[in-house]
Design a protein around this ligand. Structure first.
Ligand code: PAF
Length: 280
């Protein structure tokens, strides 16, 4: 396995791979890998020739009061996970390498970035779209793999790829959960024991909402009321949002006619967690 830290070396490696007629699969991450990332790597190993994993905690997707400085990092352990998952190249640039002095070009997926997490995290998706576009230009993947836990991110990236005619095939992978249902996330490491228990209210709310939907209720407000109740009975939880929305446009739905996204963001003891499920 190769560890590459510079753009020049990564681009030259990818150019050589492409000229040899092989395909590149890319799994971008911010590191502190867990089983959710491992599922993306496993898929990546199956679908292409050369598997590249990005490890880069991207400063532009964090707000000024967010956890960029304290975001969990453990490169040594991540390299062990990468090796175990048969990654060919880990691309781990510094922030200065990606954003040199004078950097000023950003990508704004205007409409989709305004909903859900975009409301309490202004600028977040601008940072995500910008870094993903840059990473695509550097790694030159044929395929890129993202998890459905960050559902809005996935929709934003798919839109950007279409809008900017990028020749990358996006594959999305299902959420990986702990045995008790909590969605795997690097930020779960912030939770103390009580918060960890309280965090189950996110997936329990989704299970409640999905159960009601499966019983034939298609009215979004009825589903949301019951799901919200589960979170509101948890003293450590503060709801940021809970929404039933269109899976493509992310606009709120009142009545579910086909499929819909049930998405939640909740602060547990100050730590913001997200989760979602598809209804239908
Ligand atoms: O999902 C993530 O880990 C990040 O948002 C991504 C896609 C690697 C961009 O920094």
């Amino acid at each position: 396995m190769k560890l590459i830290t510079t753009i020049r070396e990564m681009q030259s490696f990818s150019s050589d791979v492409k000229s040899s007629g092989k395909t590149i699969t890319f799994v971008p991450t911010m590191g502190f890998l867990h089983d959710g990332h491992a599922s993306l790597l496993k898929k990546g190993r199956e679908v292409g020739d050369i598997l590249v994993m990005g490890i880069f905690v991207n400063p532009t997707q964090f707000g000024p009061k967010e956890d960029y400085a304290s975001y969990p990092r453990d490169l040594k352990k991540d390299l062990v996970v990468a090796e175990a998952n048969k990654v060919d190249v880990v691309f781990n640039p510094t922030a200065e390498e990606i954003y040199p002095t004078g950097f000023q070009t950003y990508i704004d997926v205007e409409h989709l970035s305004k909903y859900l997490c975009g409301i309490s995290r202004p600028g977040h998706f601008r940072g995500v779209a910008t870094v993903v576009a840059k990473l695509f230009n550097i790694v030159m993947p044929d395929i890129a793999i993202f998890g459905e836990k960050d559902f809005q991110q996935l929709v934003v990236i798919k839109r950007m790829v279409r809008d900017l005619n990028m020749e990358v095939n996006i594959i999305d992978m299902p959420i990986v959960r702990e045995s008790d249902g909590l969605a795997k996330s690097s930020r779960n490491s912030y939770l103390n024991m009580d918060e960890r228990k309280a965090a189950l209210c996110l997936c329990n709310a989704l299970i409640k909402g999905k159960g009601i939907f499966n019983n034939g209720i298609k009215d979004a407000n009825t589903i949301l009321k019951e799901a919200r109740n589960i979170i509101e009975t948890e003293p450590l939880a503060v709801i940021d949002y809970i929404k039933v929305c269109d899976i493509n446009t992310l606009e709120d739905l009142e009545k579910i006619t086909d499929r819909a996204l049930l998405a939640v963001a909740v602060k547990i003891g100050g730590n913001r967690l997200i989760d979602n499920c598809i209804l239908g």
